[in-house]
Design a protein around this ligand. Structure first.
Ligand code: PSU
Ligand code: MN
Length: 316
């Protein structure tokens, strides 16, 4: 075993239920903790974290919410640990790839982004992960260079990420270009264009579409059997009854972006600020939409995890 892996496993702390499921080859779905600590206000964040786990279970898979606690990479949290992260909110560090080693080295706590959650999921052997939206290329990135580490993680870490596309606080066309450059499949689930988080259709066409969880599992299997590196994006539009009116959400986003610029908010503070401002400006409606879309993603991720397990069992 390479030393790097030995060290990683030594700091990996799998919840017994997750451990048992993984050892038995049973379906497991990873969930992230940045959306809990930084993406939603208390107490909606705790309630959503709990509902996400319940939704994964309801569809027959075991949830593994991922975070860093006391420098240990936690795969599956106790109820008290989940509550601690939710109560901690913005006081908890937001952890991406660059931060993981320092948290482990210093024994600190952190909420994992899509990038960091993918890394920990892959170390634990989890293939499917549900989030709200992936990070992407920020508007104005030609000056700020703000391109989420999530995109580069998708290029190299073998986990399928179920999301409602990317938030329209981003430049979605450039986000798709970067994913294409890095060879990341972006597969529309029952849709032919990239969903834009609060709305079902961004108008940006996708090259790939699949309509069944079993077909998504086959695509994952084929990707990795071919020896291709990295992950896949499974883009799952927000359910129609929870979609926001496009003009209303666009107006809120434009105002939030202008305020962020005026206040000099940038870097990793940017996404949490924009999500919170958009929620305020829409009187909480965007938060309700956000909760609905992550739950929808958890349900699909569980179905994909079941199908992937069945496929591997059939393949022997
Ligand atoms: N989905 C949500 N809420 C969130 C996120 C996703 O519904 O807060 C988080 C993810 O953790 C993602 C992060 O990795 O937003 C993007 O942050 P940044 O733009 O700084 O890379
Ligand atoms: Mn960023």
């Amino acid at each position: 075993m390479p030393d790097a892996l030995r060290t990683a496993i030594a700091v990996l702390d799998c919840h017994p239920e997750v451990q048992t499921a993984l050892a038995a080859g049973a379906p497991v779905v990873a969930l992230e903790s940045t959306l809990i600590a930084h993406g939603m206000p208390w107490p909606h964040n705790l309630e959503t974290g709990r509902r996400l786990e319940a939704e994964v279970r309801r569809h027959g898979a075991v949830p593994a919410t991922i975070a860093v606690l006391g420098g240990r990479l936690k795969v599956g949290l106790s109820a008290a640990e989940l509550e601690g992260l939710a109560r901690g909110g913005a006081r908890v560090a937001k952890v991406s790839r660059r931060d993981l080693a320092l948290l482990v080295a210093t024994g600190a706590d952190g909420a994992t982004t899509v990038a960091a959650t993918m890394i920990v999921a892959a170390l634990a052997g989890i293939k499917v992960f549900a989030t709200g939206g992936i990070g992407g290329v920020h508007r104005g990135a030609e000056r700020s260079f703000d391109i989420s580490a999530d995109l580069l993680e998708l290029a190299q870490t073998p986990v399928a990420v179920v999301c409602a596309g990317a938030k329209s606080i981003l430049d979605l066309a450039l986000t798709l270009e970067v994913l294409e450059t890095h060879g990341v499949p972006v597969i529309g689930y029952r849709c032919s264009s990239l969903p834009a988080f609060y709305v079902r259709d961004s108008g940006h066409a996708l090259a790939q579409r699949l309509d069944q969880p079993e077909a998504l599992a086959l695509a994952m299997h084929a990707h990795w059997q071919l020896g291709l590196k990295g992950g896949l994006v499974i883009a799952n539009p927000i359910p129609a009854q929870h979609e926001m009116p496009r003009e209303r959400i666009d107006a809120a986003i434009d105002q939030a972006l202008a305020e962020a610029a005026a206040q000099g908010i940038q870097g990793k503070a940017s996404t949490p600020f924009l999500l919170a401002r958009v929620a305020d400006l829409t009187g909480g409606d965007s938060l309700a939409a956000n909760i609905a879309l992550v739950l929808n993603n958890a349900a699909l991720a569980a179905q994909v995890a079941l199908a992937y397990v069945a496929l591997n069992r059939a393949a022997g």
